[in-house]
Every structure is written in structure tokens, then in C-alpha cells.
Write a protein that binds this ligand. Sequence first.
Ligand code: SF4
Ligand code: SF4
Length: 172
Amino acid sequence: MSAIDEIKAIATGMWTTFRSMFEEPITIEYPEVKRPVRRRFKGRHYLQRYDNGLERCIGCSLCAAACPADAIFVESAENTDEERYSPGERYASTYEINMLRCIFCGYCEDACPTEAIVLGDNYELSFTNRSDAIYTKEMLLVPVKPGGKPTPQKTEPGRYTRAVPEMADPAD
Ligand code: SF4
Ligand code: SF4
């Protein structure tokens, strides 16, 4: 390469640098600034509650059966009116998701008859060891909304006999 070509190459490089000083920065200052995700984004799971605080999960294990990665483990136990966690006969006494196995497909959400398990927009999932990647029920369950009560609740006998609440008419 001749001396003239070298000077030209340096000038081109400096011009590129100079020009970029006046362009809008495209760097996102994560984690201070978080980029909004798409509506269909599937992130960290949550276990939902009803407004009165009862847990939506009835421990049916349909999510675990639908999971292609075998990432969900559910154990169920019996509700009583003295100690009620969810409507119906049973609740999830253990609910775990292995986030190292999960491929965030959303099949668990689709399979759930009570809309208990949902995938949110949180993508900040990092672990320093394998056991931290097991998300327990306590980690997944959302807090009780204002006006609701924590579980277990003492409930009126015969009030919560249906595990899956009546669904609205799909034609509505
Ligand atoms: S998102 Fe998919 S892979 Fe992850 S737990 Fe649900 S069904 Fe399993
Ligand atoms: S999250 Fe839904 S599908 Fe899974 S055990 Fe609970 S109620 Fe059943």
C-alpha cells in the first residue's frame, strides 16, 4: 500500500468516527434502561391468585404433562374448608419449574384450566448454581392483591366446590 493510500484509509476512518459523533446513540444502557418486550414475548413464569387471595393452581399437573422439556414438577394435597389454598378439592403443595430445562414455549400456560401459570415479561434469569435454577412455588406465586387474604384461608363450607370456575360464554 502506498503512502497516499494509507493517508486516504486513515482519513476515511477518522471521518467515519467524526460522523458517528452526531448520530443518535443506539446503545441501551441496560440494566438501568430496559427495552420493552414484544406482546408475545414469553419470560419468567408466575402462579396467579384470585382477587380474594386463593391460589388459581389446583395441582392438576396438566402443565407438567404438556411440558415438552419435563421442566415442571407438581405434587398436590387436599384442601379443607379449615385450610383452603385454592377452590375445589386439591391444591399444589409443591410446584417447581427447572428454568435450566425450560424452553419458554408457553405450552404450560396453554394447558392450564384455571389460568394459574402464566409467562410474564421478565427476562432477567441468571443463576450461579443449578439449584438456584429450580423456581419453587414460593418464588412463583404472586403476592396477594389488596383486599385479599393469604393462603391457607378458612372458608365457608360448600362455597368453593368447583376447582375450575364457570367460564364466561365464549360468544360474549
Ligand atoms: S414454557 Fe414450555 S418448557 Fe417451559 S415449563 Fe412451560 S411447557 Fe415447559
Ligand atoms: S398450573 Fe394449572 S395446569 Fe399446572 S397444576 Fe396448576 S392448575 Fe394444573
